[in-house]
Structure formats: structure tokens, C-alpha cells
Design a protein around this ligand. Structure first.
Ligand code: S3P
Length: 169
């Protein structure tokens, strides 16, 4: 496999970063790290609570600090939160500290996959579809600019998407 220090998954909520990341990490014997989970453990609070207490800006600070720390290491498969690419320092670290896989997903598939999700504060509102469309408009070019490899996940189960990536990595 690629000699990059880490394998980094980027992409929107519901793209399957965590599910696919776990499988890929096992396949390539890398340490799996979910950045959101690491933030929750370090802060001792859920993502929803961090948003409630410190707002999105506060969460982004936790996220920046966590990602800078994680990306300094090597041998890891790092699954990043969907908004991590909004920050220029995060983008710089992502671009230089690993092989970057963009897991793409359509808004229609996101709506289906996240229909019952209550853990993502940015989606706890009635106009989810518009929120996701607006996010995609801003973030898709950023994901694309960082991607070494892109996989459309709409038509794949996590197991199928992992198999596709194993073939291409
Ligand atoms: C966010 C995505 C979430 C989490 C937080 C904000 C975003 O991560 O970091 O709710 O801004 O897209 P996932 O992409 O893992 O769901």
C-alpha cells in the first residue's frame, strides 16, 4: 500500500466514513481513529453537548486541536468529521499527513441514511435537505481539492465500498 503516513477519510455526514474506515483499517492493519469519537472521549461530552455548550465554533476548536494532534502521528486510518475541511489548518494537515480518500454521497442518500439520526446537531431541524445541499455546495470543492482517491458510496454497502477501495489503494 501507499507509503503515506496515514490513510485519511474525508466526506460528508452519512458517507460511511466510520463503517468503511473500521473495515479498511482492519484490512490494512492500521490503527482506526474516529476523530469525532476521540473528541467525545477527550472532552467527556457528546458532540451534541459540545455544540449546546460551546456552539459550532467551540466544536470546531476541539476538532482542530484533535486533528492536528492525530495527524502528527502515523500508521493510522483517521476518519474525519464532515466539517473538518472547512478549516484551512485542517486542510493543510490533511493534505500533507496522509493519503486522502474522499467518500462521496448524494444528498438523497444522506437523507435516507440519516433519517433517524439524532446525534448530529447540524441536522436537528426541519429543512435538513436544504442544509445538506448548502453544505455540499461549500464543501464538495474542498473535499475534491484534497482527494487522492474518490469513491461514490451511494450504491455500495460498507462491505462493498471497502472492497472497491482495497482494489484501488
Ligand atoms: C459535522 C459532521 C459530524 C460531526 C459534527 C459536525 C459536519 O461528523 O463532526 O456533527 O459539520 O458535517 P460525521 O461526518 O462523522 O457525521
Amino acid at each position: 500500500m501507499n507509503p503515506a503516513p496515514n490513510l485519511i477519510l474525508i466526506g460528508p455526514m452519512g458517507a460511511g466514513k466510520t463503517c468503511i474506515g473500521r473495515r479498511l483499517a482492519e484490512r490494512f492493519t492500521l490503527d482506526f481513529v474516529d476523530a469525532d469519537q476521540a473528541i467525545v472521549e477527550a472532552a467527556g461530552a457528546s458532540i451534541a453537548t459540545i455544540f449546546e455548550l460551546s456552539g459550532e465554533a467551540g466544536f470546531r476548536q476541539h476538532e482542530r486541536q484533535m486533528l492536528q494532534g492525530l495527524l502528527a502521528g502515523r500508521g493510522q486510518l483517521i476518519s474525519t468529521g464532515g466539517g473538518a475541511v472547512l478549516d484551512a489548518d485542517n486542510r493543510q494537515a490533511i493534505a500533507t499527513r496522509g493519503f486522502v480518500v474522499y467518500l462521496r454521497v448524494s444528498v438523497a442518500a444522506q437523507l435516507e441514511r440519516l433519517a433517524r439520526d439524532r446525534t448530529r446537531p447540524l441536522l436537528q431541524r426541519p429543512d435538513r435537505e436544504q442544509v445538506l445541499l448548502d453544505m455540499a455546495a461549500v464543501r464538495d470543492p474542498l473535499y475534491q481539492s484534497l482527494a487522492d482517491l474518490t469513491l461514490d458510496t451511494d450504491l455500495y454497502t460498507p462491505a462493498e465500498a471497502t472492497a472497491q477501495l482495497v482494489l484501488r489503494l
